[in-house]
Design a protein around this ligand. Structure first.
Ligand code: NAP
Length: 549
């Protein structure tokens, strides 16, 4: 790899002078690694972060119960042996405060904070075609210019609040878990409503139930969930994990979803029903995504296999919920297990056995309006002290739509993506030169950092290539972009999850105004190894899908 600091162009090169060679937007998991790479290379780069602290997702999601559903040691960064040796994950699935502490530890260890500007919300960015650079306008009016912009804005960083009449009239606190108050909020003895039953709510609900005097959950569609089976990591286990790190990351690289869990390849129909049950019993009582990802591949591809497995999970739910009517309400009937991303839970189903918890079926008795004192459904009104809208995110494209991005010829990115994102390898967009996405739409759907690290490396290598050749402008080829888009769309037709009504298909995006019911190809569903192979090939072949000038 060429060291960009020693290349002939230098900062700004022959083109118009800019404030920075590179601006990275966002100081979350991706932005932290990217700035580390850039400063190591001696590039003049800065991270602009909208929040007052680093950590992105892990800075914002402070709701009770927030934690990884990836094994902690597969989620952390893999690029520093020293870091791997020093950090001790205390739980198999790290809680949010520990994860935030980890990211802060990384930033401090590598002196990254001095390269991050906090409280910098970018309102708009426009590509200057004459000078080949980006003009970024910050809230407050300041302008920052940069030759290249690398976006690290997170894929679930724009919360979607529902559009329910009267929401503004509620007199108590109400918020999305993403906007959970930074000041500790004591819910002891409070009457709390939670709207939504996605992965966030499923983590939150058991914790709120422990302290609230009354908790009412408004469920529109039931969501499959399986036990997290968390546990502490002892010194001895951590020492073993450290010894195995190379193997762990290699295993993650080989699997479709970037976890250590790998599919059972015996073949669903090659083993007896008893053997299938034996596997499922073991996986259900085992940790993490094993129940989903160590299962038979047919679960993801074959409706009959999926239906048999879903019935198994339904039975496990029935065993855990005392009231059979409530149990049936908690079992999805509109989609099979694993078709949508599976929430992992700790005592979620047992929570409905508590006297202070009520499940309201908001599809049978829809919410009509929020009142100053509570929520009214077609069945009547209940009063609350606090309302939590755990109603999901404008996934992948929300952060880009929020930013007014103008590319070549005055084209707006949000217009180009009005019907869904279209990218080259999830990394670049035709018509938007010198913009590279580190956690953009149409990358592989995986254990997040396992896709981010290669994206950061790819972007950094591309910048190195650009500098080595004295280029000032880089842009994805429109035909290459179209080809990738078609490949992403094909990947949806190959798996049952391509038909899911979830943020993976853009279902939830309608809350922010996207057309309801139209599939948005938000992620590549062909698996991480194929994705990594494809982006690696693009680089080794000299970037045939990219124009340089
Ligand atoms: P989500 O999965 O999109 O769930 C949103 C929930 O809100 C759904 O139950 C949805 O119901 C409901 N909803 C939306 N609008 C509603 C309305 N107007 N009235 C009633 N209900 C409404 O969002 P999420 O729970 O925030 O999870 C998103 C993703 O974040 C997860 O899939 C996961 O990838 C990630 N996450 C990860 C972790 C972790 O452990 N690492 C934790 C939390 C979240 P419908 O199903 O009917 O639309």
């Amino acid at each position: 790899m060429t060291d960009v600091a020693t290349t002939p162009t230098g900062t700004g090169g022959a083109a118009a002078a800019v404030d920075h060679e590179v601006v990275v937007i966002g100081a979350g998991v991706a932005g932290i690694y990217e700035i580390k790479r850039l400063i190591d290379l001696g590039v003049d780069a800065v991270v602009l972060e909208a929040n007052s602290g680093l950590g992105g997702t892990w800075y914002k999601n402070r709701y009770p119960g927030a934690r990884f559903d990836s094994e902690s040691y597969t989620y952390g960064y893999s690029w520093s042996r020293e870091l791997l040796d020093e950090w001790h994950w205390t739980e198999r699935f790290s809680p949010q405060p520990e994860t935030l502490k980890y990211l802060e530890f990384v930033a401090d260890k590598f002196s990254l904070r001095e390269h991050i500007r906090f409280d910098c919300f970018i309102e708009a960015m426009t590509f200057d075609e004459d000078g080949s650079f980006w003009r970024l306008r910050l809230r407050g009016g300041e302008e920052v210019t940069a030759r290249f912009v690398l976006t690290a804005m997170g894929v679930l960083s724009v919360p979607t609040y529902p559009r329910i009449e009267g929401m503004d009239s509620f007199e108590g606190p109400s918020f999305h878990p993403f906007d959970w108050p930074a000041e500790p909020l004591d819910l002891t003895g409070k009457r709390v409503a939670v709207v939504g039953t996605g992965a966030t709510a499923i983590q939150l609900i058991p914790e709120v139930a422990k302290v609230a005097s009354e908790l009412v959950v408004y469920q529109r569609r039931a969501n499959w969930a399986a036990p997290l089976n968390n546990g502490l990591i002892s010194e001895e286990e951590m020492a073993d994990i450290r010894r195995r790190y190379d193997e762990i990351f290699e295993n993650c690289r080989r699997t479709a979803a970037g976890f250590e869990h790998d599919a059972d390849r015996r073949g669903f129909y090659n083993v007896s029903a008893e053997e299938r049950r034996e596997l499922w019993d073991r996986l259900y009582d085992g940790p993490g995504f094993g129940i989903w990802l160590q299962n038979f591949l047919e679960i993801f591809l074959d409706e009959q296999a999926n239906a048999e497995f879903s019935e198994y999970i339904a039975d496990r739910i029935r065993q855990r919920v005392n009231d059979p009517v409530v149990a049936e309400k908690l079992i999805p009937t509109d989609h099979g297990f694993g078709i949508q991303r599976v929430p992992l839970e700790t005592g979620y189903f047992e929570t409905y056995n508590r006297d202070n918890v009520t499940l309201v079926d908001a599809s049978e008795t829809p919410i009509e309006r929020v009142t100053p004192t509570g929520i009214r459904t077609t069945e009547g009104e209940r009063e609350f002290d606090v309302i939590v809208y755990a109603t999901g995110f404008d996934a992948f494209t929300g952060a880009f739509d929020r930013l007014d991005i103008t590319g070549v010829g005055g084209q707006k990115l949000r217009d180009k993506w009005a019907d869904g994102p279209k990218t080259f390898l999830g990394l670049m967009v035709a018509g938007f030169p010198n913009l590279i996405m580190l956690a953009g739409p149409q990358i592989a759907a995986t254990n997040f950092p396992r896709a981010i690290e290669p994206a950061v490396d790819w972007a950094t290598d591309l910048l190195t290539h650009i500098r080595a050749h004295g280029y000032h402008r880089v842009e994805a080829d429109a035909d290459a972009e179209q080809a990738w888009h078609e490949q992403v769309a094909r990947s949806y037709s190959m798996v049952l999850s391509g038909r899911a009504q979830s943020w993976i298909t853009g279902y939830n995006s309608n809350l922010s105004g996207h057309e309801y019911g139209k599939t948005r190809y938000n992620v590549y569903q062909g698996g991480a190894p194929r994705y990594l192979g494809r982006i690696g090939k693009e680089a080794t072949e000299g970037y045939p899908g990219v124009h340089f000038a």
